[in-house]
Ligand binder design. Structure first.
Ligand code: ADP
Ligand code: MG
Length: 269
C-alpha cells in the first residue's frame, strides 16, 4: 500500500443490548486514539445522542445523519469538530429515530450508510471511523454494519453475555455470506464493567476467552466511578480524570486496538 495513504478503518461498536458500554467505549476510544495522534470520526447512530453529549456537543435538530439520509445534506457538511483535537463527529439527535423508516423506504437499504460514507472514505482523512450503534437489531444497525470493515462487540461482564454475543456474530456472518459486506469480520470483543470484587466478572471473562480466544482484547475495562461521572461533564474520562483506572484502561485499549486494526488479515471468527 502507498506510503502516505491512511486507509480509513471503519469500526462499528455494537451489541443489541443497551447499557453494556458501547457509547462509553466509542467516546473514550476516540479520545485516546486522538491522543496517539490518530484522526478519528465518530458517528453517533443512537437517537439518544449519548456519544454526542459525551464529547461535549449539544444535540441540535437537523444535525444528524438523518439530514444526509433524507438527501438534504452532503455528508461533509454534517461533520462537526469537537473540543478534542483530531476527533470529529457526525452527531445525533432525536430526529435520527426516523432513520429506520427512511432507510427502509430506500432501495437496497443495506447499502445506504455505505454509500453515504463513500466520499469520506475517498477523502481518506481519518485513520478510524467509529460508529456508535443503537441498542437494537434494526435497519440502521445492519446498514451500518454493512458499511464497516470490522465490529467491536462491547460486553458487560455478567451472566447471559455469551448469548447476546451469538446473536451479533450471526448477524456478522449473514452480512458476509449474503454478499452485503464480504469483508466484515469480528474485530474484537471488549469486556466492560469488570468488577474485581466479584468472582462473576472473572468467570465471565474466562468463559468468553475460552470460546473466542485472542479475539477478546487483553485490556478489560473495570467498573469505575469516574467513567460513569464523566458524561455528565460532557467529557471523555481521559479528559475528566486522566489518572483514574478507567482512563488508564481506555488508553491501554486504544494502543491494543490500533495495533490490531493495522494487521493485514482479519482475525478468524
Ligand atoms: N466501565 C464502567 N464503569 C462504570 N460505569 C460505566 C462503565 N462503562 C459504562 N458505564 C456507565 O454505564 C451506563 C451505560 O453505558 P453506555 O456506554 O451508555 O452503554 P450503551 O451505549 O451500551 O448503552 C452509562 O451510564 C455509563 O456511564
Ligand atoms: Mg449507547
Amino acid at each position: 500500500m502507498g506510503g502516505m495513504k491512511r486507509q480509513t478503518k471503519v469500526i462499528a461498536v455494537a451489541n443489541q443490548k443497551g447499557g453494556v458500554g458501547k457509547t462509553t467505549t466509542v467516546v473514550n476510544l476516540a479520545a485516546a486514539l486522538a491522543q496517539m495522534r490518530k484522526t478519528v470520526l465518530v458517528i453517533d447512530l443512537d437517537p439518544q445522542a449519548n456519544a454526542t453529549s459525551g464529547l461535549g456537543l449539544t444535540p441540535t435538530p437537523g444535525a444528524s445523519l438523518y439530514a444526509a439520509l433524507t438527501g438534504g445534506a452532503f455528508i461533509g457538511d454534517i461533520i462537526q469538530g469537537t473540543p478534542y483535537e483530531n476527533v470529529n463527529i457526525i452527531p445525533s439527535e432525536l430526529d435520527l429515530s426516523g432513520a429506520e423508516i427512511e432507510i427502509a423506504r430506500q432501495e437496497n437499504h443495506l447499502r445506504v450508510v455505505r454509500d453515504l460514507l463513500a466520499p469520506v472514505l475517498t477523502a481518506d482523512v481519518y485513520d478510524f471511523i467509529l460508529i456508535d450503534c443503537p441498542p437494537s437489531l434494526g435497519i440502521l444497525m445492519t446498514s451500518s454494519l454493512a458499511a464497516a470493515n470490522g465490529v467491536v462487540v462491547a460486553m458487560q461482564c455478567e451472566y447471559y453475555a455469551m448469548e447476546g454475543l451469538r446473536v451479533i456474530t450471526d448477524v456478522i456472518r449473514r452480512l458476509r455470506e449474503n454478499g452485503a459486506n464480504p469483508e466484515i469480520h469480528l474485530e474484537g470483543i471488549l469486556m466492560t464493567m469488570y468488577d474485581s470484587r466479584t468472582n462473576l466478572s472473572e468467570e465471565v471473562v474466562q468463559e468468553v476467552r475460552k470460546h473466542f480466544g485472542a479475539l477478546v482484547y487483553k485490556t478489560v475495562i473495570p467498573r469505575n466511578i469516574r467513567i460513569s461521572e464523566a458524561p455528565s461533564f460532557g467529557q471523555p474520562v481521559i479528559a475528566y480524570d486522566p489518572s483514574s483506572k478507567g482512563a488508564q484502561a481506555y488508553v491501554a485499549l486504544a494502543k491494543e486496538f490500533a495495533a490490531r486494526a493495522r494487521r493485514a488479515t482479519p482475525a478468524e471468527q
